[in-house]
Design a protein around this ligand. Structure first.
Ligand code: PEP
Ligand code: MN
Length: 362
């Protein structure tokens, strides 16, 4: 057991408790020189609290660089000696936990591909039993809060007292602006479920590219995240993994300088975070509404096809009255005025008629 005084002067605890907690370092440890140079340049910015580096890399396809392995652990140890920065690495197996701890890694994290697998999380949890080390748990790659919470629970049950969350976005099919969709509302919900756990944003894996990192960092700060984990590299374009999303330590410092850190005034900070959280929920619901409306139009088009085949008019007054009556009755029960429902359905109806008309004219 540490005394309160020891805790206060313990650099790992100091970093862990710092707000915002800024973690940076390369996606992967590649060479000793790269790790040491990155660490020194990060330390020189005076803006980074902890050094990250991937030692074992879970890659989508075989043949990609899968991490330097335990051989890189002494480099991190050396980097800590040179800079005083505590270190953190990703662990996915019991053996990796053991190796990392043997080389005095200060904080461990569970990666997104591991959080999805309860067997792996349990193996890591078992290896952590009786070990007093902070552990951060990334969200699973799929948008499943139960799975994320389940991983938290497994690690907590192993006796780990200091647990943090890392929001790194969720994978989805097809192209989008992001490498991993942030789905902010899910992270917010997770934060509400675990109000006493620090939550850190990982803009690097959300963005997958440098040019939009800053706006995601700002968004996270606006949402009152407790910190950021950002990948940095001495030569980002030639990084052995995740080259597109890494930035130099100096660029990182510049971005951290550009961020508007919200007021110290506690009340207004809370106000802002709460407002932003609600707005995100609204954005999300609006997106859903649009998806549903688009589905509705597709069905109207199918109806249009039948009408065309049977030579029937688009507008059928009886059916329309039925829709309005049904919706107004339902709407009133859930707090939507008849006036609003009528206006809303009129607009939907017009759009629907236009879609049907296109089918009939085709
Ligand atoms: C990483 O941090 O380099 C990493 C592999 O992240 P994730 O688990 O979020 O994909
Ligand atoms: Mn990475």
């Amino acid at each position: 057991m540490q005394t309160a005084e020891q805790t206060a002067t313990n650099p790992v605890q100091q970093a862990w408790n710092k707000r915002p907690l800024i973690i940076s370092g390369p996606c992967s440890a590649e060479t000793e020189e790269q790790v040491l140079a990155t660490a020194q340049r990060l330390a020189a910015t005076g803006k980074v609290d902890m050094l990250r580096a991937g030692i074992w890399k879970p890659r989508t396809k075989p043949g990609m660089f899968e991490g330097i392995g335990a051989k890189g652990l002494p480099w991190l140890q050396q980097a800590k000696k040179l800079t005083g920065l505590p270190t953190t690495v990703e662990v996915a197996t019991g053996k990796q936990v053991e190796d990392a701890l043997n080389f005095e890694v200060d904080v461990l994290w569970i990666g997104a591909r591991t959080t999805v697998n309860p067997f792996s999380v349990q193996e890591v949890a078992d290896a952590l039993r009786g070990v007093d080390v902070p552990v951060m748990i990334k969200n699973p790659i799929n948008p499943d809060l139960e799975l994320w919470s389940g991983a938290v629970e497994r690690i907590a049950r192993a006796g780990v007292k200091q647990i943090g969350l890392i929001h790194r976005g969720f994978s989805s099919y097809g192209n989008s602006e992001y490498r991993n969709a942030p789905m902010w509302h899910l992270a917010i919900e997770m934060k509400l479920k675990h109000p006493n756990m620090p939550i850190i944003n990982d803009p690097s894996h959300i963005c997958g590219r440098r040019d939009i990192l800053l706006e995601v960092m700002q968004r996270a700060i606006d949402l009152d995240y407790d910190g950021l984990m950002i990948e940095s590299h001495i030569d980002p374009d030639n990084a052995w993994s995740d080259a597109k999303q890494q930035v130099t330590p100096e660029r990182l410092a510049e971005m951290l300088n550009t961020i508007i850190w919200r007021r110290e005034d506690v009340n207004s900070e809370e106000y802002h975070a709460a407002l932003e959280a609600l707005r995100q929920k609204i954005n999300h619901l609006d997106d859903e509404l649009m998806q549903i409306l688009s589905q509705r139009m597709k069905i109207a088009e199918q109806i249009g096809k039948y009408k065309k085949e049977n030579n029937i008019t688009i507008l059928q007054t009886n059916r329309w009255n039925e829709i309005i009556e049904r919706a107004s009755a339902k709407g009133e029960k859930i707090g939507l005025s008849k006036e609003f429902i009528t206006k809303y359905l009129d607009a939907v109806h017009m759009e629907s008629i236009n879609h049907q008309k296109k089918v009939l004219d085709s």
